[in-house]
Design a protein around this ligand. Structure first.
Ligand code: C5P
Length: 232
């Protein structure tokens, strides 16, 4: 796998999600299912979207004691998703437990990626509330390296950080980057954004795109535009 556009299906119900996916009659996009849809509809929504032929990134960001995460991952592995994630802040013991739980009996497993520091966490809050005194860039890179050393496949990061992550952790270590906008589109509540073409240039492996596709007048055309700019 590599170089693909993942659509963030941030819908609150199965109906809204399926109405959206029904528009895609040709190529089946890789989709991200997050907490909102998963908590609303339960694991069945994952099975149904998988049955329609989509690859799935299950974005549940696990973070708990290693044993709990290991056991939860061993449940999630049966959903046959292609990618899932956790918080690197759970430390190496939790990440190693997650990998163990996620690995099926035949040795295969979904891609496992880590969230470093959430982009919504400011350096000020990180210092004052989490008592982490290093600069945020350094913290993000350190968490990425720790995820790699624990055996994970990559990290979620800003497209602006993707190049640095590859320099530190190697080209094979995946960067999954949200915060993507078309050059002529609204940026909405995202602050640091890049176009799909720029994300490609900087070396992102997967871009996660939500509203520029889901809220477009013609979502299929917007998706194709992302694919053309990013993958081809
Ligand atoms: O609509 P938009 O393109 O902004 O959606 C981006 C998706 O990526 C959303 O599902 C959002 O939760 C997710 N995301 C993000 N920034 C992060 C991590 C995840 O925007 N740092």
């Amino acid at each position: 796998m590599g170089k693909d556009v993942i659509i963030a299906c941030d819908f609150s119900s199965k109906k809204a999600c399926m109405d959206f996916l029904d528009k895609f009659t040709g190529r089946k996009p890789f989709v991200k299912i997050g907490m909102e849809l998963f908590y609303a509809e339960g694991p069945q929504i994952v099975r149904e979207i998988k049955e329609r032929g989509h690859k799935i990134f299950l974005d549940l960001k696990l973070h708990d004691i290693p044993n709990t995460v290991k056991k939860s991952m061993s449940v999630l592995r049966n959903l046959d998703v292609d990618m899932t994630n956790l918080h690197a802040a759970g430390t190496g013991a939790m990440m190693e437990g997650a990998l163990e739980g996620l690995t099926r009996e035949d040795g295969t497993r979904p891609i496992l990626i880590a969230v470093t520091q959430l982009t919504s966490t400011s350096e000020e809050r990180m210092k004052n509330e989490l008592l982490i005194n290093e600069p945020i860039d350094k913290v993000v890179m350190h968490y990425a390296k720790n995820a790699k050393d624990s055996g994970l496949d990559g990290v979620v990061c800003s497209p602006l950080e993707a190049g640095k992550v590859h320099d530190l952790c190697g080209k094979e270590f995946l960067t999954i980057t949200p915060g993507v906008r078309f050059a002529d589109g609204d940026i909405g509540d995202q602050v640091r954004v890049m176009t799909p073409a720029e994300a490609k240039k900087i070396g992102s492996d997967y871009i996660v795109v939500g509203r520029p596709i889901t809220a477009a007048e013609d979502p299929v055309a917007a998706y194709e535009r992302c694919v053309n700019e990013f993958c081809d």
